[in-house]
Design a protein around this ligand. Structure first.
Ligand code: GLN
Length: 444
């Protein structure tokens, strides 16, 4: 598949032919990466995750409860894309309401990994990553609440970038956990990710958490020769598989050779990341998902009275979503609020402080994206096992930082390995400069 950079030089006829080709390839493949093939007109086609509103398109967040719901307006990112010569094309499969790490919980069925069809593509933006990696999309949008852009990108061997919280508007993104969610690009190259990132960023009055800090083009200032100080967190990697640890060690060597300075940092609170994230995320999800009651959106299952209609309709949620609604209500309930929710908020601050301390000396942090390569479909039998696989991605969302996942190699079975660079809040320039350099040293 041509890159985004190349696509920007093509005529509309060529792009239209490409759309036909992408649709035919996606329909023929057994990956189930696309759940719709709508087109929003002229421009370089970008695949859109099924939780971002595109006017007049169905938007269902991979859920049965939203069947029949059509978006009445465009998300701000869709308007921004349009203004920069891009257009929405196709719907990408995802875990229901972006809750998951495998894209197995979608109403539309599981998406498969193009590098091994018995493997998951990661999640929740698994459709976006599988389509880009499988040559069925030039580039895609995903959303990242706790790793859902970076982890599928790593499992599928493409680039996935999560912006600083507040840098990209959330207006028109179906909320999962509002203090963590960010939309970002999934692409074939680091430069493509920078091009798409530039197109997404804006200050948006419609999103009260949107930042009004000045915006400068990343692509225009990309500099792979910039020498950066990169921190490695030694106690962080010990829990990753041997393949990931080896890739990490090799990458450190390559970065040193490229002239970057490597320093060693430590993070003591990482053992609390998963608990903190799953308290904060489920608490916010419970509140956000209260709106799906059969009255306002999509599918309604009538009952004999209003309470029954609510119950019947909300029974359309899948098991994982129900589990999280129950968990979220529990941690917010009056008897447990202080013990769980309030404590999690305090730990969240400690996690952020730890990152800030490292960033006093470092420009970037290098970390695994996931403890293993993409697991086989159906291999998580216990939800906690799946939650644990988020150990390297979720702290970044808790701290609101930008991060980018870059492919650095493959294991013995040919499954991609990705590592991530984490940046200071709003220093996306250093993040992309470092990522471009990493991509270059890996390809040497
Ligand atoms: N796997 C994490 C979760 O299930 C992250 C999902 C996401 O980033 N949307 O919550």
């Amino acid at each position: 598949m041509i890159t985004l950079k190349e696509a920007l030089t093509k005529s509309q006829e060529e792009l239209d032919a490409l759309k036909v080709e992408m649709e035919a390839k996606a329909r023929k493949s057994g990956l189930n990466a696309y759940v719709g093939f709508e087109s929003a007109g002229e421009g370089v086609p970008i695949l859109i995750k099924d939780n971002i509103q595109v006017k007049d398109w169905a938007v269902t967040s991979g859920s049965e409860i939203l069947q029949g719901y059509v978006a009445p307006y465009n998300a701000t990112v869709i308007e921004n894309l349009k203004a920069k010569g891009f257009s929405a094309f196709g719907r990408a499969n995802m875990d229901e309401f972006a809750m998951g790490s495998t894209t197995e919980s979608s109403f539309y069925g599981v998406t498969r990994n193009p590098h091994g069809e018995d493997r998951v593509p990661g999640g929740s933006s698994g459709g976006s990553a599988a389509a880009v990696a499988g040559g069925m999309a030039i580039a895609a949008l995903g959303s990242d609440t706790g790793g859902s852009i970076r982890q599928p990108a790593a499992y599928c061997g493409c680039v996935g970038m999560k912006p600083t919280y507040g840098r990209v508007s959330r207006f028109g993104l179906a909320s999962y956990a509002s203090s963590l969610d960010q939309i970002g690009p999934i692409t074939q190259t680091v430069e493509d990710a920078a091009i798409l990132y530039d197109a997404l960023v804006s200050h948006d009055e419609k999103d009260s958490t949107s930042s009004d800090l000045p915006i400068e083009s990343i692509v225009d200032n990309l500099n792979a020769d910039r020498k950066l100080t990169i921190a490695v967190i030694d106690n962080y990697v010990a829990e990753a598989s041997e393949d990931i640890q080896n890739a990490y060690a090799d990458t450190i060597k390559a970065l040193k050779k490229a002239g970057h300075t490597i320093i060693h940092g430590n993070m003591a609170n990482t053992k609390y990341d998963i608990a903190t994230y799953y308290i904060v995320a489920t608490a916010e999800a419970t509140t956000n998902l209260a709106r799906y009651d059969g009255i306002r959106y999509g599918n309604r299952q009538e009952g004999g009275n209003l309470a029954e209609t609510f119950t019947n309709t909300r029974d359309l949620f899948g098991d994982e979503v129900k589990r999280r609604i129950l968990l979220g209500n529990f941690v917010l309930s009056s008897g447990y609020y202080d013990a769980y929710y309030l404590k999690a908020q305090k730990v969240r601050h400690l996690i952020r402080d730890e990152f800030n301390e490292i960033f006093e000396e470092a420009d970037l942090i290098l970390s695994p994206v996931a403890p293993t390569v993409a697991p086989k479909i159906g291999s998580f039998h216990d939800p906690l096992e799946m939650y644990k696989s988020d150990m390297y991605t979720i702290a970044i969302n808790l701290a609101g930082l930008p991060a980018i996942s870059v492919p650095v190699g493959k294991d013995g079975d040919g499954m991609p390995i990705g590592l991530q660079l984490i940046g200071k809040a709003f220093d996306e320039q250093a993040l992309f400069d470092g990522a471009l350099s990493l991509e270059q040293v890996i390809n040497l």
